[in-house]
Ligand binder design. Structure first.
Ligand code: HAM
Length: 437
């Protein structure tokens, strides 16, 4: 007889959790934290404007085929991290795990490939990956990303590196490192892939199960494995930069020389590969050591074959994405970028009855004039109203007592200066605005 009761209470607990907590790997963004997000978004828009990028907002879900084709069937994301479901019309739909493939789809759908080129687009919004949540890794996270389509100019590879660095710097972040590599193109990479496999083959037995299964499907990803034994095997593996064809090598040389020209510090990491099949030539990652295991605060690279893969004409392209949550974590780690709490311009203190009616009128007069005005809605005493005004950090407290009301005036207390004056009710707006200038 005990079992059904236990099961019942277990279900009740599960139900309570389902109703009162957000799904694993997701978070509510509110309060002070949200203020930092908004400040960051403003800064992102400002920087994008000066670099000439236009915002694009693609749907949160796309046809599953777009990601299978774009990101690649043999990637972790497509194999095990996508939120894929069949909708009521029987179509396979996937919540976007990243923004590059959707932007390429939009670029083609809206004929942006017909010019003017290059198209320079940025986006800001949630992405979804079914990953194991941990500090800095979520199932719904946000990216600020940008894509430049229609040019192979190495100066644009550099632009997509410099723009996020500009953002990090203007946020006040210091301890970040840029890692850079070139992974070649479909004409030089296969040769390197074979060389890498040759090198690894005799040691394959010592490697982790996921490297063993990647060996044939996606051997470049072996370079990315964090397992100690695998890293040991790969310590002296051949590096891709020695196998680049002439065009890729020249392109990489130019990227490095433009970075030098602009005074950008970077570290060459010939083992840097990325978890998407679309990359060609330049790849880069920005890391912040203080974040622990999930230390990439942004990453990107060139993807000259993706537009064609999605059905367009061959179109070179390059881009990057910053993880917004991780950037904010890194900033918090350095104690930088705190957003200021908004302060009301005025808090109106009233004594009930007629004074409350007049206070309500004044409240809306001020709000309609664009000022941030507040008053009490909890029936607090005058003393408690004063305290509430102080807690909110109001610049002015407007005290509207019976005597003041009879004289058509209000007592205005400036909370920063500690001064008080009687002001005509018709002059309150001007008084606040003038004094704030
Ligand atoms: P990605 O490296 O997968 O690249 O993601 C870019 C950034 O998003 C990462 O460096 C990290 O900061 C953040 N991020 C990724 N996954 C998570 C997660 N589960 N939780 C929190 N943050 C995360 C891309 O998505 C490419 N589309 C970038 C790109 C644009 N390449 C060319 N254009």
């Amino acid at each position: 007889m005990m079992q059904p009761i236990t099961r019942f209470s277990y279900r009740k607990e599960e139900m309570r959790m389902a109703l009162t907590t957000s799904p694993r790997g997701t978070a509510d963004i509110y309060g002070e934290n949200l203020l930092a997000w908004l400040k960051l978004e403003r800064l992102i828009r400002e920087i994008c404007r000066s670099f000439g990028y236009q915002e694009v907002r693609t749907p949160l879900f796309e046809h599953t085929e777009l990601f299978q084709r774009g990101i690649g069937e043999a990637t972790d994301i497509v194999e095990k991290e996508m939120y894929t479901f069949t909708d009521r019309g029987g179509r396979s739909i996937t919540l976007r795990p990243e923004g590059t493939a959707p932007v390429v789809r939009a670029f083609l759908e809206h004929k942006m490939d017909q010019g003017p080129l290059p198209a320079k687009l940025f986006y800001l919004g949630p992405m979804f990956r079914y990953e194991r949540p941990q500090a800095g890794r979520y199932r719904q996270f946000h990216q600020f990303g940008l894509e430049v389509l229609g040019s192979a100019d190495p100066l644009l590879d550099v632009e997509t590196i410099v723009l996020p660095l500009e953002l990090y710097k203007r946020c006040g972040l210091k301890g970040f490192v840029v890692e850079l590599n070139s992974i070649g193109c479909p004409s030089c990479r296969p040769h390197y892939r074979e060389q890498l496999k040759e090198y690894v083959r005799p040691h394959l037995g010592q490697m982790c199960p996921s490297c063993q299964s990647r060996f044939d499907r996606n051997p470049l990803r072996l370079l990315d494995c964090k397992n100690e034994a695998c890293r040991k095997v790969l310590a002296d593996a051949p590096v891709i930069t020695e196998y680049l064809c002439e065009e890729c090598a020249e392109h990489f040389t130019q990227v490095k020389s433009y970075l030098g020209l602009l005074g950008v510090d970077y570290v060459l990491n010939p083992k840097l590969v990325r978890g998407f099949d679309y990359y060609t030539r330049t790849v880069f990652e920005v890391t912040y050591a203080g974040l622990g295991a999930q230390n990439a605060i942004g990453a990107g690279g060139r993807y000259d074959g993706l537009v064609e893969e999605v059905g367009g004409n061959p179109t070179p392209a390059v881009g990057f994405a910053v993880g917004v949550e991780r950037l904010l974590l890194a900033l918090a780690d350095e104690g930088a970028f705190a957003a200021e709490q908004p302060r009301p311009d005025a808090f109106i203190v009233q004594f009930g009855g007629e004074t409350k009616i007049k206070a309500a009128q004044l409240l809306y007069d001020l709000r309609r004039a664009g000022l941030h005005a507040e008053m009490d809605h909890l029936g607090r005493s005058v003393r408690a109203q004063m305290k509430a005004a102080d807690r909110l950090g109001a610049r002015w407290v407007l005290i509207l007592g019976e005597d003041e009301l009879a004289a058509g005036k209000v007592k205005m207390r400036n909370m920063d200066r500690g001064t008080e004056e009687l002001v005509d009710l018709t002059q309150v707006k001007q008084h606040i605005s003038v004094r704030e200038e």
